[in-house]
Write a protein that binds this ligand. Structure first.
Ligand SMILES: [Zn+2]
Length: 322
């Protein structure tokens, strides 16, 4: 009986869902490699076709000359504010088309939700890392960066930015305390010379300081898991993040993983958001296989995660409190 139920649930997750409203074009495609340039073109197209609910801006400038895309989905002054980010780790770039396609679906089909909820989406926090993971050292036109990246190698495993810093360890809480770490700039596991030394880090910090987010959803790969616990967070933060994680679990079927043996923060975005900014949320680890393998997973990520945004939004009040 149990087996039958499991099969029924997994079939429901893999249904193909048409993202577009009647007569609207399909903008975001899962075909081929989803590059930074494709993402920008899709952001432009989304804001053109759905100007009432989609806008975007470009922030900062990375070492390799990319500006970081911030997409606004919904009424910017809506009472509910949710931060979504993806691809903070370069090699996990399948989650960028995931959140872009989800944005397209919501723009086409969820106008009422978007009048009371604004999603601030950073679909590719780390465009340099994504470009390196996708194309290697030639992602850099600068000779010094090309030589550094070529010396390090491990392109398809590249989590860091082009400076060899893991953005998800560069936040100013528990900085340098991760158990497995590299002592210097590398493709992964190095926290940087100082907290917030990287522009990718400061863009997320700025968004957290400029907005009153009800929660965040951070998209990573892999494991089909949800994390929500940050060591030393308050009981209230634990409870709220647990509720958000449970809502994502109920929407996606991903398992919640809690490791209470962690005793301290380690410079991650989650540590910073929850403990320093008071914003609860969870990390969603999609899939089983890292790029460039398993490209056919992305459509499954989409159908599985699609309704989680509105289910998470429903946890928060839809009217301004004052
Ligand atoms: Zn990751």
């Amino acid at each position: 009986m149990m087996m039958v139920l499991v099969i029924a649930v997994s079939l429901a997750y893999t249904n193909t869902i048409d993202s577009s409203a009647e007569g609207a074009p399909e903008i975001v495609s899962f075909e081929g490699i989803y590059t930074y340039e494709r993402m920008l073109l899709d952001a432009q197209a989304l804001s053109t076709y759905y100007p009432d609910v989609v806008s975007y801006e470009l922030r900062a400038q990375t070492a390799l000359g990319h500006q970081i895309l911030v997409l606004r989905l919904g009424n910017p002054s809506a009472p509910r504010q949710i931060l979504v980010h993806a691809s903070i780790h370069g090699r996990e770039y399948y989650v960028t088309p995931l959140v872009m396609k989800m944005a397209e679906y919501y723009a086409a089909n969820e106008k009422e939700l978007l009048s009371t909820t604004c999603f601030t989406i950073v679909p590719m926090v780390n465009p340099d890392g994504v470009s390196i993971a996708q194309s290697g050292a030639i992602a850099a036109s600068d000779a010094n960066y090309q030589a550094f990246i070529g010396f390090i190698g491990h392109y398809s495993a590249w989590k860091s930015n082009a400076n060899g810093v893991d953005i998800n360890r560069n936040f100013p809480i528990g900085f340098g305390l991760a158990e497995t770490r590299m002592p210097s700039n590398s493709y992964a596991f190095y926290e940087g010379i100082a907290p917030s030394s990287e522009v990718e880090t400061t863009v997320l910090e700025q968004l957290l300081s400029e907005n009153s987010f009800d929660c965040y959803l951070a998209y990573h790969m892999r494991g089909n898991l949800i994390y929500f616990y940050t060591p030393t967070c308050s009981p209230e933060m634990f409870a709220m993040s647990q509720l958000i994680a449970a809502t994502v679990h109920n929407s996606t079927g991903y398992r919640i993983d809690v490791d209470l043996s962690d005793t301290h923060p380690n410079g991650s975005f989650a540590d910073y958001a929850q403990i320093m900014c008071g914003v609860p949320g969870c990390t969603i680890e999609c899939g089983t296989t890292l790029p460039p393998a398993g490209a056919d997973q992305v459509a499954g990520f989409y159908s599985r995660n699609l309704y989680s945004w509105k289910n998470v939004a429903s946890l928060f009040a839809s009217e301004a409190s004052n």
